[in-house]
Design a protein around this ligand. Structure first.
Ligand code: Q9C
Ligand code: ZN
Length: 549
């Protein structure tokens, strides 16, 4: 009896590892893990280096990341930023505890020797004037006083509130970001994190909005260019909202490339950032918008990073990377309704540290779950420190991700020649199909296991390890959309088909060994090995036909 149980356990284990059926505990079981190992995971890299010299801004391949880069990370904050706060008893998402939660987390992690605190300071008038007009700067200074005297500051935006400490906090937020950015060129480290609030990316040249007063990141970018520290700056904005302010301020500037991943459509705030917005005048092609629907996971963001953000960034070859890091696309945020995990932010950060010789400066933007603020900021800092291997939970892409990415690429191909390269397009299709392939393989395995446990009465062996959801049918869905821009490559299709056939054959082999094993386990029981095999291969073929080849 005991021996049989042990054998059953061993079998279950063997099945699991042979078929690599991995279980996703917290969610719907649609994911598997992929070890994130930097360059090894960038399928674009090799192609990119080859195509770099055909791109209009790339005269050289990206610099190597220096050996000692990332050992230490600069951080800046100022307690006085906590004095921008809603009135006693009032709740507002953009609250002081956001920053405190990050500071507490960092303190609890014993990173003190590796974090270099940069002295905080306010932004100067000259720095603010790089992005804001005089009147706006005055109004931020005076609004609270006006409010006290007249009961109104002329700003009726319900998203905004003003307190005694607002103006100073806003100036400190911009100043800290500018200072860390400057020091990334001549300070003790090339990487930094400005833990600042109020956030900045909705702030326009002459208007405060969306919880933002001064555009911290835009000011730092302009200042880096104006002061001659950088020739080309890329701003990656992964806050769940479109950074309309940053885009407005920089849309005609060809030296600052603005790339935003955000939720868009159905009235989602602020309503700008469709993929058709590509910049204006000299800045045409230097705004890149990736508009997602709600419900995206890390794998969707990583796909966009690999297929859109990195090809453009490597082509642009920046000497400074700034990140508008909102954490409101993290799972559980009260506004974002996306599903990113802290590790996903670590991975995206890591992807950017391969650029600009590792000169990467991050600024806090939104993010309204305190736990997410703390944990995602920590992941970003670990990534900047070069510390950790992050786990990418690779899952079936959202049904809209493929089309979204293709639309962006088609739109941007006018400006970024890599998107016209057949090799690149082929690689992109391969990337999408690879996701199908893995999914298809996994569902075949699961189906097989299910059928089999049913046939042999050994449900207990597999309980909790299989599900009856129609994975394969769902796996087909994203591919069903037409691709006007990208033509499928026959060659690749037959390759895929071969892989799938091979997998199917392998699964049949596995099925018969399972049968043999179970036969010997349950000697005396009366099920027929032949039937089990037939049922299995049948199910494999069915699954097979549903995959578009
Ligand atoms: N009732 C940033 O994340 N609308 N700003 C919220 C809530 C404004 C978000 C509506 C959201 C602004 C920096
Ligand atoms: Zn936001």
């Amino acid at each position: 009896e005991g021996r049989e149980e042990a054998q059953a356990d061993a079998l279950a284990e063997a099945l699991e590892s042979t078929l690599r059926v991995e279980q996703e505990e917290e969610e719907n079981g649609d994911t598997f893990e992929e070890e994130w190992m930097g360059n090894a995971n960038l399928p674009t890299e090799e192609v990119l280096l080859k195509w770099a010299d055909t791109c209009r801004h790339a005269s050289q391949v990206p610099d190597e990341v220096p050996d000692d880069a990332g050992r230490e990370v600069m951080v800046a904050w100022d307690e006085r930023m906590l004095e921008h706060k809603p009135e006693e008893g009032e709740f507002h998402f953009e609250r002081p505890a956001r920053v405190s939660s990050i500071l507490e987390k960092l303190e609890s992690q014993d990173l003190s020797e590796r974090l270099l605190r940069v002295p905080s300071r306010t932004a100067t008038e000259d720095e603010l004037r790089l992005c804001h007009d005089e009147q706006h700067i005055r109004r931020v200074e005076e609004s609270f006083a006006l409010l006290q005297v007249e009961g109104s500051d002329g700003n009726d935006d319900p998203d905004m509130y003003w307190s005694q400490g607002t103006a100073l906090a806003a100036r400190l937020a911009a100043g800290c970001m500018v200072e860390v950015t400057k020091q990334s060129f001549n300070g003790e480290s090339s990487r930094g994190f400005a833990i600042v609030r109020p956030p900045g990316h909705h702030a326009c040249q002459c208007k405060a909005m969306g919880f933002c007063f001064f555009n911290n990141v835009a000011v730092a970018a302009k200042d880096a260019v104006e002061s001659g520290l950088a020739k080309r700056v890329v701003i990656l904005d992964w806050d769940v909202h479109h950074g309309n302010g940053t885009q407005d301020i920089l849309e005609a500037d060809p030296n600052v490339l603005y790339i935003s991943l955000h939720r868009f459509g159905n009235g989602f705030y602020p309503g700008t950032g469709d993929y058709t917005e590509v910049g204006e005048g000299d800045g045409k092609g230097f705004s890149v918008n990736i508009p997602f629907e709600k419900g995206m996971k890390g794998c969707d963001y990583i796909a966009a990073m690999r297929l859109v953000v990195l090809p453009i960034c490597y082509s642009f070859n920046p000497d400074l990377v700034l990140i508008s890091a909102g954490f409101d696309a993290a799972k559980g945020d009260p506004l974002g309704e996306m599903k990113l995990r802290p590790d996903d932010y670590g991975i995206m950060t890591h992807m950017m540290t391969e650029l600009a010789g590792g000169r990467v400066v991050v600024a806090l933007e939104g993010g309204y779950s305190l736990d997410n603020c703390a944990n995602c900021s920590h992941a970003v800092i670990q990534s900047l420190l070069g510390e950790k291997t992050f786990k990418l939970k690779q899952a079936l892409l959202h049904p809209t991700t493929r089309t979204t990415i293709q639309k962006v690429i088609k739109q941007q191909s006018e400006f970024w020649p890599i998107f016209k390269s057949e090799k690149f397009l082929c690689m992109m299709e391969g990337y999408f199909d690879e996701c199908f392939c893995k999914k298809a393989r996994k569902s075949m395995a699961q189906q097989l296991l299910e059928e089999h446990s049913g046939a042999t009465g050994h449900d207990n062996l597999l309980s909790g390890r299989t599900r009856r959801s129609p994975h394969v049918a769902r796996a087909v869905a994203p591919g069903a959309g037409e691709s006007a821009h990208v033509e499928r490559v026959d060659d690749l299709d037959s390759q895929l088909e071969a892989t799938l056939r091979e997998t199917a054959a392998h699964l049949r082999d596995v099925a018969s060994s399972i049968n043999a094993l179970q036969g010997s386990l349950s000697s005396g029981q009366e099920e027929s090995t032949g039937d089990g095999t037939a049922a299995s291969s049948e199910s494999t073929d069915t699954a097979f036909e549903q995959v578009p080849l």
